[in-house]
Design a protein around this ligand. Structure first.
Ligand SMILES: Cc1cc2nc3c(=O)[nH]c(=O)nc-3n(C[C@H](O)[C@H](O)[C@H](O)COP(=O)(O)OP(=O)(O)OC[C@H]3O[C@@H](n4cnc5c(N)ncnc54)[C@H](O)[C@@H]3O)c2cc1C
Length: 479
């Protein structure tokens, strides 16, 4: 019996080889630009399966990739010719309401987490698209509508179970492997395969005051200046994000607005409808409101509100920056470039942080760059390969023209595969400590399909920049 057969027999889950039914589906991820073919996909059911997959990859000198929700723009969930650890069927979510804790398996999506926790009127902060995987999001940081009030997803990580590069199962928490616990809160998938997360929960909703206010792009420059002042004074309970794109055919917008370039303020307030309405009253005077849809709705519904714009399979290319403030020059540049959207699905997103995220010390966890008050993500998004060039060029142009206003930091979960030179910036001053932890838990850089942290002392370029090792190895597909 060959070793693949032995592996198969020892798994509670399954393996998928090229040509097997389900293989192509399993290797497809959110970003339709990524088309990689693992030599073997191990669809794990249990922690023991994960350990066996790691052992098998190690024994056979295979490159390993880890798939949680498969949303990462860089496509690190899938490797060419190596072994993909597919966690997508490990989706159990167990709530302990009396302890305000939830245990989550790594294949769960944000939807799975919200559904289970909101049944108890509780939530942990996550992102704004319910089909995103909790695993990659939490390991890289994770922010959304609750973050200004209760921090990042990773700030709410209480413990994690992990399979190491030696195929050992360990637990990280404040009292067990505290160095690893620190690193897992923002350091990404560099240290091992997390098989269970434990998060803190907070009373939220189950209804939140939330929705959209839509303005014409022609008034965007004024609206953004007013938004800047408004956001600076907003309480932690209120988050207002900016979205510049073509108006979707939303029922509350007049038909003639559909497809027009607009600026959308998307907001969520964690309080009563009455105080929410008072708080957001000034928005109506920001400019000519084309339409608005704001009110109390289930938190789970608001968490899914953007899903129709972010469906899987389209071609996507992102560029992102962190900003401490929204200077006039930045706003004018964004308004100009939002007027040149190359495809109907392209958009510029600005998420509002600050609040509790900024209150923690920069080295409290591995998450770098807590100084970002706003995180911009330029979503190049289109369907046909014929549009690749124009859409990628537009996203790069927005990035280039807004660079002078940026902090120089980055959010690791928004980086594309080609941005290896920004990995160090994403971890900021925490990089050196992360490299030490990496050297303790994965000295051979076995887990390198990620925003790669090099084990301390192993590989740096003459310029001291982070190297392209991860992508080089991925390309060469050798160990
Ligand atoms: C449409 C969309 C909306 C988004 N919105 C937000 C948002 O609002 N807020 C936000 O913070 N981010 C957001 N993101 C970014 C998101 O946080 C990242 O894409 C994240 O990596 C997704 O996690 P995943 O598990 O789905 O990804 P995957 O592609 O499955 O995994 C990404 C990487 O995480 C690591 N990883 C995954 N699972 C494990 C594991 N169990 N153990 C160890 N390492 C693992 C691996 O390195 C893997 O390559 C969004 C992304 C998309 C595509």
């Amino acid at each position: 019996m060959n070793s693949t057969e032995t592996l198969k027999q020892n798994l509670a889950g399954t393996i998928l080889l090229p040509g097997n039914p389900g293989y192509d589906e399993a290797r497809s991820i959110w970003n339709g630009m990524i088309d990689r073919r693992p030599a073997i996909i191990v669809r794990c059911r249990t922690e023991a399966d994960v350990a066996r997959a790691v052992e098998y990859a190690r024994d056979n000198h295979l490159l390993v990739s880890i798939r949680g929700g498969g949303h990462n723009i860089a496509g690190h969930a899938v490797c060419d010719g190596g072994l993909m650890i597919d966690l997508s069927t490990m989706k159990e979510v167990r709530v302990d309401a009396s302890a305000s804790r939830v245990r989550v398996q790594p294949g769960a999506t944000l939807f799975d987490v919200d559904r289970a926790t909101q049944a108890h009127g509780l939530a942990t902060p996550t992102g704004i698209n319910s089909t995103t995987g909790i695993a990659g999001l939490a390991l890289g940081g994770g922010f959304g509508w609750l973050s200004r009030k209760v921090g990042l997803t990773s700030d709410n990580l209480v413990s994690a179970r992990m399979v190491t590069a030696e195929a050992e199962c360990i637990q990280a928490s404040a009292t067990s492997h505290p160095d690893l616990y620190w690193a897992l809160r923002g350091g990404g998938g560099n240290f091992g395969v997390v098989t269970e997360f434990e998060f803190a929960l907070h009373p939220i909703g189950p209804e939140v005051f939330s929705g959209l206010v839509v303005f014409p792009r022609s008034e965007a420059a004024t609206v953004l200046r007013k938004y800047r002042n408004f956001a600076a004074a907003a309480p932690d309970e209120l988050s207002v994000w900016v979205l510049m794109r073509q108006a979707p055919p939303l029922p509350f917008l007049p038909r003639e607005v559909h497809g027009e370039n607009v600026l959308v303020l998307a907001l969520c307030y964690l309080g009563s409808e009455e105080s929410g309405r008072k708080l957001i009253a000034p928005l109506a005077d920001f400019g000519k409101v084309l339409g608005q849809h704001v009110g109390m709705q289930p938190f789970t519904a608001w968490q899914q509100a953007f899903d129709p714009l972010l469906t899987p399979g389209a071609r996507n290319y992102w560029k992102s920056h962190n900003f401490r403030e929204l200077k006039d020059g930045l706003l004018d540049t964004l308004v100009e470039l939002a007027g040149q959207l190359p495809s109907p699905q392209c958009e510029i997103f600005i998420g509002q942080l600050g609040g509790q995220v900024a209150r923690l010390a920069a080295d409290a966890t591995a998450f770098g760059n807590r100084d970002a008050t706003f995180v911009m993500n330029v979503h190049g998004r289109w369907n046909s390969p014929a549009e690749d060039k124009a859409d990628i060029a537009w996203a790069r142009e927005v990035y280039r023209r807004t660079l002078p206003f940026a902090t120089g930091g980055a959010y690791s979960n928004f980086l594309t595969a080609e941005e290896t030179e920004r990995v160090k910036s994403a971890f900021g001053a925490n990089y050196a400590r992360l490299a030490k932890v990496k050297a303790s838990y994965d000295p051979g850089n076995f887990f390198r399909m990620n925003q790669n942290i090099l084990p301390e002392g192993t590989y740096t370029t003459g310029q001291g920049k982070s190297s392209n090792l991860a992508s080089e190895i991925a390309e060469r597909n050798v160990r």
